[in-house]
Design a protein around this ligand. Structure first.
Ligand SMILES: NC(=O)c1ccc[n+]([C@@H]2O[C@H](COP(=O)([O-])OP(=O)(O)OC[C@H]3O[C@@H](n4cnc5c(N)ncnc54)[C@H](O)[C@@H]3O)[C@@H](O)[C@H]2O)c1
Length: 245
């Protein structure tokens, strides 16, 4: 973890659940959080890759399909047995597929909403009893710039799911305050396996480039650490100026 040169123990001893921790933004977040002193529960449907990440950061891996209610419930029991409480949750697991309104099969449309929106709801619902055992715990949901300004064609399912995550987070912030802070990060295009093959034009970004996963992880760290102690219900665009939110 020597690449995290600015680590300042901002999450010392905190127990954090990260979904999608096997790849991309979730993996970068798990690695950064461990460098900041956290014990990380790495959740993913890809258990082999999650195991590899957990091993590299002295964390714990759990296989889960976040869209499956029973699976989420048994995973939460396993986390409780291992960690007893949670001080933070990062919902980074997600899927993306494009297709025009008429061409995308209804089953795929539903699946995108089921994983991105219902999955975020199920994992948050399952985590709250553990988060309530901690003082000042946090939830950070990863939506998308497509949840703010859905200006790319063929994104109806993804944009609907991510717009749902933005408003779910606000509703959760109102309901879970003051004990649990809930905030949203909306990345633009990020250089991860998900972005490969999904096009995207860096010319549309004020910064004229796509993001690295660690740049998104740094924003998630701010919203998880005590540095953001008075921030809840916020939606932070980390999109190089794509949406100007
Ligand atoms: N990469 C981008 O350009 C971009 C832009 C905006 C938002 N996002 C969002 O950021 C989040 C992370 O994306 P990424 O780019 O790191 O993608 P990624 O594909 O690299 O990683 C996503 C991870 O989520 C896991 N996952 C998917 N479905 C799951 C399920 N049902 N149960 C458990 N795990 C599941 C995958 O196995 C994978 O490890 C997603 O919510 C995505 O929508 C990504």
């Amino acid at each position: 973890m020597s690449e995290h040169k600015n680590a300042a123990n901002r999450l010392a001893g905190r127990r954090i659940i990260v979904t999608g921790a096997a790849s991309g933004i979730g993996k970068a977040t798990a690695e950064l959080f461990a460098a900041e002193g956290a014990i990380v529960a790495c959740l993913d449907r890809d258990i082999e890759a999650a195991n590899a990440v957990a091993k590299s950061i002295d964390g714990f891996a759990f296989r889960v399909d976040i869209s499956d209610e029973a699976d989420v419930a048994s995973t939460m029991s396993a986390i409780e047995r291992k960690l007893e409480r949670a001080d933070g949750l990062v919902n980074a697991a997600g899927i993306m597929a494009t297709g025009s309104l008429l061409d995308m099969p209804v089953a795929l449309w539903r699946k995108i909403v089921d994983v991105n929106l219902v999955g975020t709801y199920l994992v948050t619902r399952g985590s709250v009893p553990l988060l309530r055992r901690s003082e000042g715990s946090t939830v950070v949901n990863i939506a998308s710039a497509q949840g703010l300004l859905p200006n790319a064609p063929n994104h109806t399912a993804y944009a609907a799911s991510k717009g749902g995550v933005v408003n779910l987070s606000r509703a959760l912030a109102a309901e879970l305050s003051p004990q649990i802070r809930v905030n949203t990060v909306c990345p633009g295009m990020v250089d991860t396996p998900m972005a490969v093959g999904n096009g995207g034009n860096a010319a549309n970004y004020a910064m004229k480039r796509v993001a690295r996963a660690d740049e998104i992880a740094n924003a998630i760290l701010f919203l998880t650490s005590h540095d953001s102690s008075y921030v809840t219900g916020a939606t932070l665009a980390v999109d190089g100026g794509r949406s100007f939110h």
